[in-house]
Design a protein around this ligand. Structure first.
Ligand code: ATP
Ligand code: MG
Length: 402
């Protein structure tokens, strides 16, 4: 945050700040075109929160559209709110810069990140796309998808939760209405229709699956390579949404149908959910063989992108993560994906979900398990205290103001 124009220019050039607070009043001498030009070409890798004097209120929409602008606030903004927004935006920027490279052949067809397309500087990384999968039903994919996505959003990482199982369970667990949902997009595949398909759950953007089996069957027939309204295109469109998502969490059906496969080709991280018992372990062997070796080459998933999450672990269980990994390694030539989180059984999960309430932050052990997942991918981004601290929104962010 600078008090003079040269201070602003020097500051952006000499620091590697994630976020700059740009007071448009400093740029008034350059006129409206000069303000747009500055925000388009002079921010380097930094993204901006723009403060507008009341006289320029009319530019708010236009400025918010710019690739590197994340928020436009009218002057004078509330200082607490401004700092909190800057902090969250900074965390999201770090999270997207830490995003893994997209995988899969289909990625070539995916529109490049908005910032790159607009030519507005080479800023911003990508979106981490997590797919929750298991070919066995009822292992807890939807439960974990909802709570993980919510935890990310609470920690300041801008996240979109998307459902691909028809009918949709996410909306049931979050207590949302059945629509809007992604049928809006599949009926008219445009960016505006995508925006209209979003529901919000306490700041988390949620796109439910179509909730319409007939439409879903028709959409599954569309050519994934050429049809703008094919299943996976909703993910491509979400990646061009603005302000951008740092993370997307995809809840998949327990099948190798198009509704399971197309989202998988977009994911850069596959979280396989299993319950710690012998029959799941054996099914897991088959599933891992299928997705790493037996799929059509364009669907094959690299082993390095696959992680295991054990769910519904009970005190009396006698199959720890190491035992499951031994079984897998025995059948998979010595390879087993890392187990990155174990989420305990809690008798209160179901009653909470029946009321449309999330177990996250209500059940201690469950919350700890989900936090392990967040910290595995974003521990460095979130800093000391990790997810446990970042999701308690009562603490004041430590922000350095230059
Ligand atoms: N850690 C847990 N403790 C207790 N109950 C759980 C836990 N995780 C999930 N459940 C319960 O297990 C059931 C199945 O969970 P969920 O719907 O998330 O599974 P799923 O894998 O998405 O199922 P499907 O394959 O049908 O999509 C739900 O009733 C949920 O409340
Ligand atoms: Mg489910």
């Amino acid at each position: 945050m600078a008090t003079t124009l040269s201070g602003l220019e020097d500051g952006i050039e000499s620091t590697s700040a994630e976020v700059a607070i740009v007071d448009a009043e400093l740029l008034l001498g350059r006129g409206e075109a000069g303000i747009i030009d500055f925000l388009t070409h002079q921010l380097g890798r930094t993204v901006a929160v723009v403060l507008l004097p009341p006289g320029l209120q009319g530019m708010q929409g236009q400025i918010l559209e710019l690739a590197q602008v994340r928020e436009v606030l009218l002057k004078p903004p509330g200082v607490g709110e401004l700092l909190k927004r800057c902090h969250d935006i900074g965390v999201s920027e770090r999270a997207s810069r830490s995003a893994l490279e997209p995988r899969g052949v289909m990625q070539a067809a995916v529109p490049r990140h908005r910032a790159g397309m607009d030519g507005g500087g080479a800023s911003v990384g990508g979106t981490n796309i997590f797919a929750l999968m298991s070919i066995k039903g009822g292992t807890g994919k939807t439960t974990i998808a909802c709570n993980y996505a919510y935890a990310l959003q609470l920690a300041g990482i801008r996240t979109c939760l998307m459902g691909f199982d028809v009918p949709d369970d996410i909306g049931v667990y979050l207590g949302l209405a059945q629509a809007p949902n992604s049928s809006y997009f599949y009926q008219r595949p445009t960016r505006d229709a995508f925006a209209a398909s979003i529901q919000e759950y306490h700041g988390l953007d949620v796109v439910l699956s179509p909730n319409d089996a007939v439409l879903a069957a028709e959409v599954a027939q569309r050519d994934p390579d050429t049809d703008e309204g094919a299943i996976g295109r909703v993910i491509d469109t979400a990646r061009t949404h603005h302000p951008p998502y740092a993370a997307m969490v995809l809840d998949l059906p327990p099948t190798y149908s198009e509704w399971g496969l197309q989202p998988l080709t977009r994911a850069n991280t596959v979280l396989v959910v299993a319950t710690p018992n012998i029959s799941d372990a054996i099914k897991l062997v088959r599933q891992l063989q299928t997705i790493t070796e037996r799929f059509d080459p364009r669907y094959l998933i690299p082993k390095s992108a696959i992680y295991l999450v054990l769910n519904d672990q009970r005190r009396e269980d006698n199959m720890p993560a190491t035992a499951i990994q031994e079984i897998l390694a025995d059948h998979l030539n010595g390879w087993a994906p890392p187990v990155i989180a174990t989420i305990p059984h809690d008798t209160q999960v179901r009653p909470l979900q029946n009321r449309g309430s999330l177990p996250y932050r209500r059940l201690e052990g469950f919350t700890r398990g989900v936090n392990t997942l967040v910290d595995h991918f974003y521990g460095q981004v979130l800093g000391s205290g990790g997810a446990a601290r970042a999701t308690k929104r009562s603490w004041l962010p430590r922000i350095r103001i230059r």
